[in-house]
Write a protein that binds this ligand. Structure first.
Ligand code: HEM
Length: 195
């Protein structure tokens, strides 16, 4: 019963994070119009918008991870011998754990970096952030991990809901790829637009 409650909370937190990601990707595309990008982030940085939103994202992240740990612990207790895996592409658990830790570190790095941005010039700050190929690669790797995590977890959600993956899977993969490409467009454009 308690686990069901945690599962629901975890799914709700995941939904909040996915919603934030979609809105964030579209607002980032304003980068291709420097003035609009700056105006948007000036508004975003108003204290009564920025801090509650940041708190919401951090709370959703914490709930999501807490729920995942509780489910893993429960599964390990009730099923000490793992299911036979037909899907040979299923990555080993240790690799999944490592990728989740790396996603967490990436989001933390991004928040620390954006906290230091000049709220009046998000465009100039973004341009400066991606002046190095190293930072571009870190962001592209972070996006790839987030994309893989979304693909893996949303596919599981669809199966749990009884939606046949055969019809929905290509649509899911396409939507996630578009989301990640939308995100990647800004660091790539900023890196190429130096000088
Ligand atoms: C890869 C392309 C991305 C770019 C160019 C980008 C850019 C930005 C910018 C410009 C800000 C606001 C800075 C300001 O306050 O003035 C921001 C904030 C934020 N971004 Fe991203 N972002 C990207 C990806 C992501 C991803 C994948 C996440 C995942 C959750 C994320 C989460 C956040 C959060 C939580 C904030 C708020 C942090 C704060 O209040 O300081 N971003 N981002």
């Amino acid at each position: 019963m308690l686990l069901q409650h945690r599962k629901r909370l975890m799914a709700l937190a995941g939904l909040v994070l996915a919603g934030y990601l979609i809105v964030h990707m579209f607002s980032n595309l304003l980068y291709f119009n420097a003035e609009r990008f700056n105006s948007f982030y000036q508004l975003y940085n108003l204290p009564f918008i920025r801090w509650p939103l940041l708190l919401l994202v951090l709370a959703a992240l914490a709930l999501h991870v807490w729920g995942a740990i509780a489910i893993r612990r429960h599964n390990a207790k009730v099923r000490p011998v793992a299911y036979h895996k037909r899907d040979y592409l299923q990555p080993p658990k240790a690799l999944v754990t490592l990728s989740i830790i790396l996603i967490g570190l990436f989001i933390l790095l991004h928040i620390v970096q954006t906290l230091q941005f000049d709220p009046q010039d998000a465009y100039g700050e973004t341009l400066a952030l991606f002046a190095s190929a190293g930072m571009l690669l870190i962001y592209l790797a972070g996006l790839l991990l987030i994309g893989m995590h979304l693909q893996h977890s949303l596919n599981n959600v669809l199966q749990t809901l009884g939606v046949t993956s055969k019809t929905c899977y290509p649509l899911l993969v396409t939507l996630i790829a578009l989301l990640m490409l939308g995100f990647a467009a800004v660091p790539v454009a900023a890196y190429l637009g130096q000088g």
